[in-house]
Each structure stands twice: as C-alpha cells, then as structure tokens.
Design a protein around this ligand. Sequence first.
Ligand code: GLC
Length: 753
Amino acid sequence: MSMVITSENSTVERREILNDAQKQRVEELVSKMTLTEKIGQLNQISPSIVGGFEVPFEELVEMVTDGRVSHEEFERIMSSAKQDYHEDMIEAGQVGAVMVSGAALFNRLQKIAVEKSRLGIPLITGFDVIHGFRTAFPIPLAESCSFDEEVFERTGRIEAKEARACGIQWAFSPMLDIARDARWGRISEGAGQDPLLGAVFARARVRGMQGERDAENHIDGEHLAACLKHFAAYGAAESGQDYNTVSMARSLLFNIYLPAFRAGAEAGALTVMAAFNDLNGVPCTVNSFLLRDVLKKQYGFKGFVVSDANAIKECISHGIAEDLKDAAKQAVNAGMDMDMGSGAFSGSLEELVRSGEVKEETLDEAVRRILTVKTALGLFEHPYASEEEAAGYGELPAEHRAAALDSAERSIVLLKNEGDILPLGKDKKIALVGDLADDGENMLGAWSALGRGSESVTILEGMQARSSRVRYADCGGPEKCFDEQKFSACAEGADVIVVCAGELNKHSGEASSRADITLPGEQRKMIEAALGTGKPVVLVLCNGRPLALGWEAGRVPAILETWQLGSEAGNAVAAVLFGEYAPSGRLSVTIPSVTGQCPRYYNHPSTGRPGSRSKFTSRYLDAPVEALYPFGFGLSYTSFAYSDFEMSEEGDTLTASVTVGNTGKTAGEETVQLYMRDCVASIVRPVKELKAFAKVRLEPGESRKVTLRLRKADMGFYDDVMDYHLEDGTFEFYVGGDSENCLKVTREVFFRQ
Ligand code: GLC
C-alpha cells in the first residue's frame, strides 16, 4: 500500500548545539542585555572604505573581479587606504558581526568589543571561503565532478584551518544552489544539478568545516561555522539571469532544490544565508514559510539565519516593503536573525519594538541563536586569533597544495578522445596555444578569497615541468584577438596542438550570467587554425560554467574539461595530459550543444510527448533536445563494461548489484551510478533520479561486483504541502557510468505501512 508521511511526522530532530550549562549562560546574558545591545547582535557591518582611491571602492572591487586589478595589487591598495571599521559602534555594543580578514585587524576590533563594550560580547567575523582560503582549490562545480565525499570534506577542513588561522570564524559556504541553467554565472559556486550529489556535498563540507566538538563542546581553533546558502532556489533564477525572479511548484522545491539544505541542516550547520531572489512572489529574505516553517520547524535548524548582502534593503526594490523600517519589520518577523550590511535592523528595530510592531521576544530569539553560535565557537573563552598562525600562511603549506592537486586531478572530465590522442607521449613536440595556458590568475575562478594567481601553477608550467618539447604561443584568449602569425610560428613542426581556451574569472560567479555560453571572443578562430594544420588537436577548457560545445564537439577529436582548478591547476592538467593521472571526473551538470537548450538537466519529467523522433514530440526544429554530454558522463583512458545487474530486496532496503569490468589496457577509476524511475505516481516524476553512486578503481582486465544500497524510505517524493509519498508500483532501476548509458531492471516495489 502507499504511505504518506505528513510534514509533521517528518520533522528533523536536530541535535542541540549547546549543553545545558552553555544554554544557561546564554539565557543569563540575554536577560542582562538592553534593547540597543540586542539589536547590536543582529547587525553585521563591513568596513567602510574611505578616500585614497582614484576610483570609487565599488568600481575597484569590480576591477579586481574582472581581472583588471590583480589580487596582489588590490591588497597593496587596501593596505594604504583609510578604512572606517566603526569602532565607536562596536564599543557601544551596536555590532554583532563584521566582515574582515586578517588576524591583526580582527583582533584590534575584537579587543574593543570584548574589553570596552559594556557586556564584552565577542564579535564574529564572516568571509567568503568557498573553495579554499589561501590555497585555492578547484571551484565547487569542478570538485563536484569528483563525486568524492572525502575530497569534499578535506577541502572543507583545509579551507577552515587556513581561514580560522587568519582570524575568520565563519565562512559563507557551502553554496548549495542546485543549478540547471548554465547561463547562470553562479553555477560555478555549487555542486551541480543533482539533489543527491548536492546533499552528499553539503554533509561532507559541513563536516570538514565544522569538525567535531572539543572537550568544552566548542568547535576547535582549526574549524569554523559553516553557512548553507542561498536559501532557497536561487539557482532557478529565470532565464539564468542573476538575482532574477523564481517561481516553481513547492513539490519541485522540496524534491530538487531543498534536499541539499536539509542535509546540511542535519549535518549540524550553524548558519544559513537567505537568498536574494523572490520565491513565488515573496523574497526569501522576508519569507516566513521558508525561514520559519521549513528551515527552523521542519528541519529543526537551531543556528542563525543571516540575510545576503544588503538584501533586507533590497526588499524595497522588490516592491514588498515600503521603506527600510517596513523591510526590517518583515524580515525579523519572518525569521531573519542577522542583517548583513543594510543597516535596516540597527536603524529601525528599536522603534519597531517600542511601537509593538515587533515583539521583543522575537529579537530575543534571534539574539539567542546568534549567541548560541558564538558560544559553540568558543568565542567567549577564546575571542582572539593567533597572529603567529596567520603569519604562517605567507606560503602555501605543501600538504595543502598536495590536497589541492588531488582534488584538481579528480575534478577533470575527459569529454572526447577520438583516436586515443590522449594521453600525450613525452616524445611528442607539442604546440601549446592560448593565453589561459599561462594565466595563474584565471585558474582561480570566482570567490577565490586570499588565493593568489602568482601562486597558481599554470598549465604551461605544469607541461614544461614534464616535457622539454612544449612550445607556447599567447596567440588568443577570451578577450584577446587571435594572432595568426604567433599561432603559425608555434604550430610549425609540432606533432600535436593543445589549444587552451575558456573563460576568465569574471565570466562566472556573482552578477556574471551570460546569454551566449559559447567560448567568448575569437577562441574558435584559434581552434579552427589548429584544425587547419591537419595535426591532432586537443582542446583544454578552463571555464567556470558548462559551455555550449556543439561546434567544438563536432570538430575537435579530444576535449578535456578542466574548469578552474586553483593553485595546482597546471600540475593537474599536465598530469592528465601526459597520463600520470587517468581522468576520473564525471559531469555534475549537463553540457548543452547550444545555449538555447538551457536549462538542460537529466532528471526531467517525461512529458506527454517524449522522444524527439517525430514532429509532434517535445523537441526543437533547430537543435537537439538530447544533452551533448549528459549528467554523470566522463571518459577514462580505459573502458568499462557492465553486466549481471540485479535488484534484490530485503526488509526496507533494495540492493543493486552489478559486475563492472575494466576492458582496456590501463588502470582506471569508474563512478558506478544507480538511478531509478517511479513509473506511475500521483505527480509526474523524473525519467531518472540518481539514488546512489560508488567509485571503484580497476586494473586492466579486472572485474568486480559492485553493490549499491537504496533505502525504500528514500524512494518517495514530496507534494506541494511537504507531505512525503511512498507509493507502491512499478519502478525502473538503471545502473551505469553515466545517466544515459545504463543497464535496466524493472520491478514492483511495495511500501509497508
Ligand atoms: C554576496 C553573495 C553571497 C556572499 C555575500 C557576502 O552578494 O550573494 O554569496 O556570501 O554577498 O560577500
């Protein structure tokens, strides 16, 4: 029989963040606080940069983002600029959180809060630590292609250690936005398009970042508070246009866009950041259904919710608030605990409480949550950062570089390898062309924190460290015209041409959506010139989002998707090109042929007219509906065969077993994927849903039986009122090395009451 688990019955019981003694101390502190001091805890400020620039600070930030000013140059300018850190407000107890990096600076502000303010409540400082801090790891979109939970956790652990040492106790990550539209620039920051992979990424990152509690029930000095963002469904911005409106059925929200956040909450994440966008007409910042009903009640979240930057004030632009006071009222009553940078809370809450429009108990609840996180971080006992430790990050620690290299190698996806051009022999004379091959800065990707391009190993460096037969020409790039002469001089006499093409950092990340996601600039001319030589051509892509690759895929025999791999990019790419590391990455997103196919994703409903053969089916006249390269896809330097696929059932668990064999000549790592389809249900269900995956390394000729388990409880779906349905019926199960080429087994499944 079918089962419906109502939303009340599926509430997540969250482990308490504090023990009773710690809770008692928080209550005592709240009871002593004045209204001004309570509002102060809800206020996060950034330093105001004053004077000293030829250009306004916002423009300077833009110049850094688009690479016109290097990170090093920015740090030099900032070190000389006068900044107002609002010390007076901190001393008056009107600030609860800041956004600074640097142990000495943080300690200076912390000293004011702890030693000069009336109650000595410590500050917390937050920073965008998204994929590394001093050591730059691959962008999360790249790392998600490793399908490797240990890699996700290790990156979280290392970035936390580096950031905490430099005075940061709170990282605005992991970014968990499911993204199906490659036009959206922020697809680079998340774990792709699948809810299960997103949930695995969320749990692992939170574990890595927050670690376990120490004897005092504190997060220790090498870990920090995570922040699940952006809550919620920011990745579904209409047309892939950043900050755009989002409308969707609640069932789609619960089944696709929220599972990663639920997993992060279950893993004990201490904070959540609300998203800029409106959801079904109500901005997330003032959306009590999301913040109170789903996050705090249903998911049992006991940490605090912070707005995104200036987002409370932006509710005026959304047309949902009359003015800043109205926005502040709606936000705090909807469950927003902290205001990032808009000044709405600090400017209006006192009046709102006095007038009764906001209850003081509502503020007390927000203060309690914020003090809970500060207590969990041990900030009352250990408020200061170690400046000696921070100084230690002048250089990137070797073991951090090693971890970045391992992550980068595992993030690379081999899309095409006609004629087994790859791996390249060291005896080959190689012409390496394309400016990105010698560009450390644009290996960092968006949100690279304190990563430095000068510390990145470039692709040119990585290749020349392995072969003396590599010649290079900077004959074209994302924003540089193609130089035919430079190209020809380099290609002359070469055995193989490696074209490095892609995007700059600025082409993805926040406020960086693109309406045409083909290779920018004249890079195709560089590819055409390479193809025109008649020599073997390898295309190495360095980009922050899936590109529309139909043109390239139809012409270039070998294509390596390397994304933006960070500090060790060049070593990872060269290791794969020369066969030191056999590519094992699998796509966590779908790669389209043309931009017009976006959004494109594997777990789509069938529609009433599936298939695209005949005219009257769900198709285009001028483009395929099939993915160019589907979710889960990636080649190795060997090949794998699947056989003997069986599904068995015992109690509440189904087990998939399949034999996977390495049918090639070299060792390789396969990601075995299990999908299912609920063939008939009370709402349409996707044609495939990823339900489990496992990585297996096989020597040439080796076969192994792989088993994947699936709890029946995980086979259901949510309806529009967040009730969870497990419905008896026919299910199709698929297993394979990607979401399309699979073996299939069909069986009836019944769910006991
Ligand atoms: C930005 C981003 C968010 C980031 C925050 C602080 O606008 O949306 O991801 O954490 O502001 O920099």
